[in-house]
Design a protein around this ligand. Structure first.
Ligand code: UDP
Length: 403
């Protein structure tokens, strides 16, 4: 499997991966998050576990289970860590802990390294048995609601290390901290090359016209992804350039707000036949791949974002991208080189028109984007980084010459 990345991923990453695989051979590496499908974390884990196994590591992925109340609370925690005001009562925190306690009883937490993804399963640290425990924070906690962050630190501060996606997301936590951006898998169903017929098949299935430029945003129906702002930008463009807007998303099982936001978006789009709102079932990877390849311009107009994997996915397909200047998006889009960063609906509309009216520039930026993703955001680099952190934690205090 790892050999399939030769000629695609940078050679240096592959050499290091083999070395680390030898050092950590047969050791166990457990990942825990809160959803099997939907969103970037699940997306990466699905691909990473087989790669780790192929490298000789005993990798496992477990998902915590919770009731509706639990996911309402964790959504509130999530929103407040991104700066929204939420009142999280003692009872809610207790429930958060109790659900994790039940999961600790159900799951086998024994492993040499345990990577806990995001705040939902963070209390599991209280039930640690052995090994190195690392908290992996995917969201922007640079301006959180203080009392929520302070409460969470009771758990997160106990880990051996914390990993953030982007330097500016990180906060001093009193433990070792590492910056590891997420990544995409170039050979997955989501990102592999597709034949033209496969692309057309998807367009037909969703009745998307291909006689006009297609503007696309792929994301969960979440207000932070600004789907309404995308429609507003499209309406400004539409006055001058005929085009079709596709908003594609699927519900995530850990996001209870999705249905409400979807309804808002459908109402706002009203009866415009050129706005296609696609509610995709989970694991629609090939269709998403085809939509991204069929698109003329890809948007990720987020107002708040973790990393924004969809940006790298589109760049890898050579597409010109426009992203909200937030979270990890500026890490991927170098303004004017690999795409454009925007701060408003007007800005998004302006850049969409610029791409539609300058196909050559759009093509050039798309190509630059692809190469940028190749060097920085492929999964091989991320696996390399995780294994390096684990290895470094285990060999703390030893000279590099001994390793
Ligand atoms: N995604 C998907 N189906 C959808 C919407 C999104 O498979 O209907 C995928 C998308 O292709 C990307 C991931 O989910 O791989 C979203 O990750 P991102 O970092 O953009 O946002 P998040 O949802 O984690 O906030």
């Amino acid at each position: 499997m790892i050999t399939q990345y030769s000629g695609i991923a940078p050679k240096g990453d592959l050499i290091l991966l083999h070395k680390l695989g030898e050092k950590l051979n047969n050791r166990s590496f457990l990942h825990i998050n809160s959803t099997r499908a939907g969103g970037g974390v699940a997306e990466i884990l699905q691909r990473m576990i087989p790669i780790l196994k192929d490298l000789g590591i005993d990798a496992r992925w477990e998902v915590i289970e919770g009731d509706e109340k639990f996911f309402d609370v964790t959504k509130k925690i999530h929103n407040s860590l991104q700066g929204n005001f939420e009142n999280i009562t003692d009872d809610m925190w207790r429930h958060h802990y109790e659900v994790n306690r039940a999961n600790a009883g159900r799951l086998n937490l024994d492993a040499d390294a345990v990577l806990i993804h995001d705040p939902q399963p963070s209390p599991l640290i209280e039930f640690r048995k052995s090994g190195k425990w690392i908290w992996r924070c995917h969201i922007d906690v640079s301006h959180p609601l203080k009392e929520v962050w302070d409460y969470l630190l009771r758990y997160c501060g106990k880990y051996d290390a914390a990993v953030f996606s982007v330097a500016k997301f990180a906060r001093a936590m009193g433990t070792d901290e590492f910056i590891i951006p997420p990544s995409i898998d170039p050979i997955s169903e989501k990102n592999r090359e597709l034949a033209n017929e496969e692309i057309i098949e998807t367009l037909n299935k969703f009745q998307i016209p291909n006689d006009r430029p297609v503007i696309l945003q792929v994301s969960r129906f979440d207000r932070f992804k600004d789907p309404i702002g995308v429609i507003k930008a499209y309406r400004m463009v539409k006055k001058y350039n005929d085009c079709v807007l596709v908003l594609a998303g699927s519900p995530a099982s850990d996001d209870p707000e999705g249905d409400i936001v979807l309804k808002e978006v459908q109402d706002y789009a009203s009866d415009d036949a050129d706005i296609r709102i696609l509610l995709l079932p989970p694991f629609s990877d090939k269709d998403i791949n085809a939509l991204q390849r069929a698109a003329t311009v890809v948007l990720q107009k987020s107002l708040k974002e973790g990393f924004g994997l969809t940006v790298s996915e589109a760049m890898w397909k050579g597409k010109p991208v426009i992203g909200g200047a937030t979270g990890g998006i500026p890490l991927q889009i170098i303004h004017g080189v690999t795409g454009f960063l925007v701060h408003s609906e007007e800005g998004a509309a302006f850049r969409i028109r610029q791409f539609l009216n300058n196909p050559e520039m759009a093509h050039r930026m798309g190509e630059q984007g692809r190469e940028y993703v190749r060097t920085n955001f492929l999964i091989t680099r991320q696996v390399r980084d995780y294994l390096s952190v684990w290895y470094a934690m285990e060999n703390k205090g030893r000279s590099v010459l001994e390793l």
